[in-house]
Write a protein of this length. Sequence first.
Length: 172
Amino acid sequence: MNEKLSMNDLGRLSSEEFKIAKKNRIIIILDNIRSLNNVGTAFRTADAFLIEAIYICGITGIPPNKEIDRTALGATNTVDWKYFKTTEEAVFELKEKDYFIASVEQVKNSIMLNHFTKPKQPLALVFGNEIYGVEQAVINQSDACIEIPQFGSKHSFNVSVTIGIVLWEMLK
């Protein structure tokens, strides 16, 4: 019989244990995300996958914020984050630290997610604005662009769904 697990059965890390746990060497870069719900979901997903940090850029909302907290469910207290005035500044900092920069965007010569090979070096994934996507200047700075294969009539996923799909693929 399949019995639903209790919170104790799940064996989740405490906030203190999360802070000292060895993280997956992935940084999420949020490029001008408008929706505070999407920001909160990014934090919650980053916590679930033990991601190193979130870099918040441009107009993207920052914690503490009631709307972010509504979907983050406390993950803003566990996941490290840093704010940058521009996404280009965040990318520049990470390139200086030898991160591989991959923008998740539909571009000419993109690499389909199922064909992308995660690099050996630390990885930064750029997720763009809900309307305009990743800024072209950031795409120009990227080492690669990843695209999620899609088969329906719509041309994109919600950014929070995209973050979950891409992180799962990187960590499976």
